[in-house]
Design a protein around this ligand. Structure first.
Ligand code: UDP
Length: 476
């Protein structure tokens, strides 16, 4: 295997124009890359506070990329002394937990002060594996990536997962950490090699709210279509103890005020004359954390509206059993105030369940109104009630929605398809980096400095010897 080295004084235009053998200690035939997700532990229990879509995204993308031929190291912060430092998910994919701050849960808005320690701990792995590409997730990881880029020639790819510019729109006084977040979110857009927006709507928000500079590519989130698939509805119901005549309205997700569970409960309050109505709320919570407080608040509203008998709090449900809930439901509701993507939407659709959701962010991309579900204005109780009722009342139409929903996910949102697109992006980014180094090596530094600013799609691939990419040719 011959790879061009990045650490060999290549900037000196008088250096011999020969390829070198890589000094990167990668696994045989595998290029090692790093995914960073400082608070979203890919090996964590999903569905509890601060463990949601980002954890699922990083874990699934990591595992799917490993299947495509990469060595994937996923870095997160260690939050429990008893947690393993390294969790091996598959032969070429692992989670590495770094010590950065106390080994206990720290709320996201207090986490930034521990990021210098995270960088320091990460640098030890960087020194050992010399990752040429780092894919960061969420703004604090972006800061980590930008710090590493100051001292290493790495290709930096970033996924936002959530955008401060949108979050703080609705907040009167932006907290101190908010200003830092907004700055980092702008820097990463302008300085990363590529931003992965998970929907065209997110891309638009980045352009209009953050910066017109920087390169963005749209690659959606995905779902595991082998796990999330339609199973016979009545079998799922009997498994979960529901009746055939129940009309089941399902919520799946974290207890967080921004998830809008209150809107859903109030909408069901308007439909409670329907004696068959059942509201099923799936999601974990911890009485000592803020999600526990939000659950208590929601329980109080359920009580106040006289919905207690019709409402079931199912607690956290793993992905092994979630397909039963999605399939048993007549409609899955996503009442979020904002949602950059919303994995629950495509999980439900993959199981053939129509979705009624807020017309916000990535939900406007994944759901096709009247074809796979309905979109309504966020926080509009009346509109949610009407949309839910439409799906519950019209069985023939609902069947059509079910079929179209599952077809849409299979066509567009499988993790393997998403990982193939990311893999292609990584290859282009690495090839661009190698091409850039080669041009510097041969002394064409003025051309090189121009090409480094080009989007990766402008990569001059013809300038690359194929021998420069052997590890990557393994990647399909
Ligand atoms: N989830 C889960 N069990 C639960 C609740 C949620 O596995 O009890 C998962 C859900 O299946 C989805 C993720 O948590 O994969 C939530 O992702 P989404 O993008 O919808 O929301 P986020 O948590 O990122 O705001």
């Amino acid at each position: 295997m011959v790879l061009l080295s990045r650490n060999s004084g290549a900037a000196d235009s008088t250096s011999p124009k020969l390829p070198y053998v890589s000094t990167r200690p990668t696994m045989p035939n595998r290029q090692a890359i790093a995914l960073i997700s400082e608070h979203g532990d890919p090996a964590a229990e999903i569905g509890k506070e601060e463990a949601g879509g980002q954890n699922v995204y990083v874990r699934q993308v990591g595992e799917a990329l490993a299947k495509l031929g990469w060595q994937v190291d996923m870095f997160t912060r260690k939050v429990r002394v008893d947690d393993a430092t390294i969790v091996q998910h598959s032969p070429h994919c692992r989670t590495i937990r770094l010590i950065a701050g106390p080994q206990e849960f720290v709320p996201r808005d207090q986490l930034f002060e521990h990021m210098p320690a995270f960088v320091e701990a990460f640098q030890k792995y960087q020194a050992q594996y010399n990752y040429p590409l780092i894919h960061t997730n969420y703004w604090m990881s972006a800061w980590v990536g930008l710090e590493v880029k100051k001292t290493h020639n790495v290709q930096l790819i970033h996924t936002y997962h959530s955008l401060g510019a949108i979050k703080y729109q609705a907040v009167q006084n932006c907290p101190a950490i908010g200003h830092t977040r907004l700055q980092v979110e702008q820097q990463i857009l302008e300085q990363a090699n590529c931003i992965v927006a998970t929907s065209p709507q997110e891309q638009e928000s980045l352009r209009s709210l953050v910066s017109h500079l920087g390169h963005i590519e749209v690659i959606p989130c995905g779902t595991d279509i082998e796990t999330f698939q339609a199973i016979p509805k009545m079998a799922a119901r009997s498994h979960l103890g529901f009746q055939p005549h129940d009309q089941i309205v399902l919520y799946v997700g974290r207890f967080d005020q921004r998830k809008g569970i209150e809107t859903l409960v109030r909408a069901c309050g308007q439909l409670k004359e329907n004696a068959n109505l059942k509201l099923v709320i799936v999601g974990g919570s911890d009485p000592t954390q803020s999600d526990g407080q939000e659950r208590l608040r929601i329980e109080a509203i359920v009580e106040e509206l006289g919905l207690s008998k019709q409402t079931i709090f199912a607690g956290r449900v793993g992905h092994d059993r979630l397909p039963l809930y999605y399939t048993a439901a007549d409609v899955c509701v996503i009442p979020s105030h904002y949602e950059p993507f919303g994995l629950v939407a495509i999980e439900a659709m993959a199981c053939g369940t129509p979705v009624v959701a807020s017309a916000v962010g990535g939900l406007k991309f994944s759901i096709i109104p009247e074809e796979t579900g309905l979109l309504v204005p966020p926080q509009d109780v009346e509109a949610f009630a009407k949309a839910i009722e439409r799906v519950l009342r019209n069985d023939l139409w609902a069947r059509k929605l079910r079929r179209q929903a599952s077809e849409r996910v299979q066509r567009n949102f499988s993790w393997s398809g998403v990982a193939a697109q990311l893999s292609d992006l990584y290859r282009r980014a690495l090839a661009q980096s190698i091409a850039h180094e080669m041009l510097v090596m041969v002394g064409q530094s003025s051309y090189a400095s121009r090409t480094s600013a080009l989007p990766t799609s402008a990569l001059p691939t013809s300038a690359l010897p194929t021998s420069a990419l052997p590890a990557l040719t393994k990647v399909s």
